[in-house]
Design a protein around this ligand. Sequence first.
Ligand SMILES: Cc1cc2nc3c(=O)[nH]c(=O)nc-3n(C[C@H](O)[C@H](O)[C@H](O)COP(=O)(O)O)c2cc1C
Length: 157
Amino acid sequence: MKTLIVFYSRTGCTRTAAQALAAQLGADLEELKETADRSGPMGYVSAGRDAMTKRPSVLLPTTRQPADYDLVIVGTPVWAFTMCPAIRTWLSREAAQIRRAAFFCTQGGSGAERTMQHMEQLIGRPPVARLTLCDKDIRAQACADALAAFAAACGKL
Ligand SMILES: Cc1cc2nc3c(=O)[nH]c(=O)nc-3n(C[C@H](O)[C@H](O)[C@H](O)COP(=O)(O)O)c2cc1C
């Protein structure tokens, strides 16, 4: 089964999870980048504002076509109780090209459930698997079991 993992990461947690999943599944990785500068305190403020107002991102060109894959795993940090703008923009653009989707979110403490609902609304159907991870657990390298279970669920599809 061909699997693509598409993700955005501002501070590395979602990237760490995406890379671990890619290694376990033999999946291709697509990291989304935007023209907006999200670094520092000003970047944090713009990130929260743009997520809350659903402002689209200007994405740098991507290289992978979701239609080429049996499964697309989409990973986002939770920003203001929803997905980050880069993922919202990419999902809106590519929804029709995704055969089967799985979602994972990384968060500080809350908002993943609402985030997954918003992602599901964008693709118009439920994901085949979901995973929520906390940033502090990723940094403490305490997510191996959760990642392995999610990868196993995705791998069985
Ligand atoms: C602008 C902004 C808003 C955030 N909002 C939330 C939130 O609503 N709920 C939450 O649990 N964590 C929130 N966080 C924390 C991130 O979801 C969390 O640290 C995530 O793992 C970061 O992923 P990354 O390191 O891949 O960027 C927010 C972070 C940022 C930068």
